[in-house]
Ligand binder design. Structure first.
Ligand code: UD1
Length: 420
């Protein structure tokens, strides 16, 4: 197992390009099992362990997958010969549940392992299961697996009691091949959900309303192959913006979509950053200043993303004053706090609220990553700290950040990877 060694107090500057969005690419890969004719080509694929896990899962089902040197993935679903998603693969990545809707819709059966526990909360899949039952599928849970079958899924109206990103995605994918019209109310509005719908429409689906609270899917007989470029990762964008802000630096981010990070930019301006945007670039200049503290409350898009909460907590930990971070999406997403406190941060968590007293500086220490975004926040804290920070268990970061240390090095960070 590797660790990352970060030598802090280097002001970041330069230009960095953002990779394709993990949370758009994963559902697209899963949706590809529904194709009847032709090949699917997905471009702008990020180099991530979660992508490898998903392609391994699909390959185990018999799908033929090839990748070219530009990391474009080509998928041929005509060779699929089983609909089994085993525990060994699903346990490492909760989003594997995204194969359930597509497999049921196309093949009428699936055996998918329950994702199990997760460091950031219980994260059940009850909403996915209830909605698929409403569409006429029979789902039984035993021995840790969801055993699902159906004749043909039926279009119905699903009103989610709570917004779920992958829940919305599973049902909208299932609706593509269902009989009649599926209406999803209280749907997730994340840009990745919109991108998935645009991808499916390119393959012949009839989806409208994506990006609003109501998505309408008119079932079609079959879907055909298509070529599609996934959108840039807004969480990677936000993480680099905070990396620059936390070191007082100045960076230019390319190949992004600035409107997708509007709330993050608003908060960074509040923190004292000067920001200039075009549609696809963001320039941030912190002018070597210490950040002003900002309060945040996480929520579904377009609110502040929970996937940026840990990084923003790191920024607040060195801000000039007090702030509060309210986590409203996942109940246990403050695992990074005790590690930051070991670096000299002063953060107290009560239920879903972290109260932060900003410190002049943090001190480097050995710390342990507990989940994907927590590990990013510890790297950010290390960039701001005096001395050396060793971030352990970085397999988490490799699940979701494409070449993070190379990109940070390019911006002047002193960061290296070493075996533990
Ligand atoms: C997705 C993202 C993840 C992000 C999260 C919230 C992917 C692959 N992952 O995760 O990076 O942090 O959205 O933006 O896109 N819930 C239930 N029952 C369910 C489903 C969800 O109670 O059946 C709850 C969850 O426990 C959580 C909330 O709903 O409290 C939102 O979770 P959800 O939007 O489903 O997160 P994911 O789709 O798993």
């Amino acid at each position: 197992m590797d660790k990352l060694i970060v030598e802090g107090k280097n002001i970041l500057s330069g230009t960095v390009s953002v990779s394709g969005a993990k949370n758009a690419v994963l559902p697209m890969l899963c949706a590809s099992v529904m194709i009847s004719d032709g090949l699917v080509i997905i471009k702008n694929i990020p180099h991530l362990n979660d992508v490898t896990t998903t392609t391994s899962l699909l390959a185990k089902m018999g799908m033929t997958i090839t990748m070219d040197e530009s990391m474009n993935i080509q998928l041929d679903s005509s060779t699929i010969n089983n609909t089994f998603a085993p525990y060994e693969l699903v346990k490492t990545m909760r989003s594997s549940i995204l194969v359930l809707g597509p497999l049921l819709a196309k093949h009428g059966n699936a055996k998918v392992s329950l994702p199990g526990g997760c460091a950031i909360g219980t994260r059940p899949v009850n909403l996915h299961i209830e909605a698929l039952r409403k569409m006429g599928a029979k789902l039984d849970i035993f021995n840790g697996y969801i055993h699902a079958k159906c004749k043909k899924l039926q279009g119905v109206t699903i009103e989610f009691p709570q917004i779920s990103v992958t829940g919305t995605e599973n049902i909208l994918m299932a609706g593509c091949l269902a009989d009649g019209i599926t209406t999803i109310r209280n749907a997730a509005r994340e840009p990745e959900v919109v991108d998935l719908c645009n991808f499916l429409n390119k393959m012949g689906a009839k989806i409208s309303g994506q990006g609003t609270e109501t998505i309408i899917i008119e079932g079609v007989e079959k879907l055909k192959g298509a070529s599609y470029t996934a959108l840039p990762d807004r969480i990677e964008t936000g993480t680099f913006l905070i990396a620059a802000a936390i070191t007082g630096g100045k960076i230019l981010i390319k190949d992004t979509i600035s409107s997708h990070v509007a709330i993050i930019l608003e908060k960074l301006k509040e923190a004292g950053a000067y920001i200039k945007t075009t549609e696809s670039t963001i320039e941030l200049d912190m002018k070597k200043k210490r950040p002003t503290p900002v309060n945040i409350t996480t929520g579904p898009y377009p609110m502040f993303p929970t996937d940026m909460q840990a990084q923003m907590t790191a920024l607040n930990s060195i801000a000039k004053g007090k702030s509060e971070v309210l986590e409203n999406v996942f109940e246990n997403r403050f695992m990074h706090v005790q590690e930051m406190n070991r670096m000299g941060a002063q953060i107290e968590v009560k239920e879903n609220c972290a109260s932060i007293v900003g410190q002049d500086t943090l001190k480097g220490a050995p710390v342990m990553a507990t989940d994907l975004r927590a590990s990013a926040s510890l790297i950010l804290a290390g960039l701001a700290a005096e001395g050396v920070t060793e971030v352990g268990r970085i397999y988490h970061i490799d699940r979701g950040y494409d070449c993070i240390e190379e990109k940070l090095k390019q911006l002047g960070a002193k960061i290296t990877r070493e075996p533990m």
